[in-house]
Ligand binder design. Structure first.
Ligand code: PSU
Ligand code: MN
Length: 307
């Protein structure tokens, strides 16, 4: 195991000294955003987390090694060479390692690896979920099963309307995953602050969220939690405009028979083009916002465990 898992010096030091740590995924870098904005975003996420008093741990598989904490060359490689980087969810981890490949981790594999390293808090943009038309395609993201079993809290801006939000919430309920709204009682839908759906509980402080997480895991209620953080008002996008872009992207994906693991990256990229880049700018800002909240939760969670 030791020669498979490579923890950076900074992250190892944080683990040794019980400092707050925030995990970050890398699929968002390689397959979620275009270069060079992806690299800029990845570096800024780490900067924001440090400014908020936590330690960032970006996760990826580099040449077959599971890396927790990346250096700037590794981040740049992931950002520039998407075509050579495998989108790695839970099922891909062992094969990518065995073949010595480089893989960008999704929410599912990032959660798994964070947990392996002893990290409990993870910030990202949006999670995968139950796709629209899943009753026919059976396309349900591995992110949901990971949330069902791995003890990591995922701070996100809700799920995108490319998914079936109602079915995604039902799935999370079945699997016993708490869905918390940070200072809201409504499920945010990524680009917009609201959706027609309610979260299970509204929580208004990082401390309250940390307390819930500690109680959950102390009780042995295994699995993750979804902490949804609405995009800041100034960066939120018009719902009608977004839905139009999403519907068109879905239609095009269908015409081109795009499916499997390629569908989410395809939709993200088409939506960006159809909104002339506006969705990308919002996407970046909501990720920063989630990094801030995740840092505060990581600190509050640490404080509880120091007592
Ligand atoms: N949603 C986004 N941006 C992303 C992803 C989802 O708004 O970058 C990525 C995440 O890494 C997520 C993955 O875990 O896509 C889900 O892919 P799939 O739908 O194939 O499970
Ligand atoms: Mn899928």
């Amino acid at each position: 195991m030791n020669d498979l898992l490579k923890i950076s010096e900074e992250v190892q030091d944080a683990l040794d000294h019980h400092l707050p740590i925030v995990a970050l995924e890398s699929t968002i870098i390689s397959h979620g955003m275009p270069y060079p904005k992806n690299l800029e975003t990845a570096l800024n996420c780490e900067k924001i987390i440090r400014e908020k008093g936590a330690v960032p741990a970006t996760i990826a598989i580099i040449k077959g090694k599971i890396c927790v904490g990346l250096n700037s060359e590794e981040l740049a490689y992931l950002a520039k060479n998407a075509q050579d980087v495998v989108k790695t969810s839970r099922r891909d981890i062992a094969s990518v390692c065995a073949k010595g490949l480089t893989g960008a981790t999704t929410v599912s594999s990032t959660m798994f690896i964070a947990s392996l390293a002893g990290i409990k808090i993870f910030a990202t943009g949006g999670i995968g979920g139950v796709h629209r038309n899943a009753e026919v395609s059976m396309d349900i993201s591995a992110d949901l099963e990971e949330l069902a079993q791995t003890n990591v809290a995922v701070i996100c801006a809700g799920a995108k309307a490319i998914l079936d939000l109602a079915k995604t919430l039902e799935y999370l309920e079945t699997k016993g995953v708490p869905v918390i709204g940070y200072q809201t009682d409504t499920l945010p839908a990524f680009y917009t602050r609201t959706s027609p759906y309610k979260v299970d509980y509204q929580m208004d402080s990082p401390k309250e969220i940390a307390k819930m997480l500690k109680i959950k895991w102390d009780l042995g209620l295994n699995g993750g939690a979804l902490i949804t953080n609405p995009i800041p008002e100034v960066f939120s996008l018009d719902e009608k405009l977004m839905n139009k872009a999403i519907d068109q992207a879905l239609e095009e994906a269908k015409e081109q028979h795009i499916g499997g693991k390629a569908i989410t990256p395809y939709l993200l990229s088409r939506i960006k083009d159809l909104t002339k880049g506006e969705s990308l700018a919002s996407n970046i800002q909501l990720v920063y916002h989630n990094c801030e909240l995740a840092s505060l939760i990581a600190k509050a969670y640490n404080d509880l465990n120091e007592i």
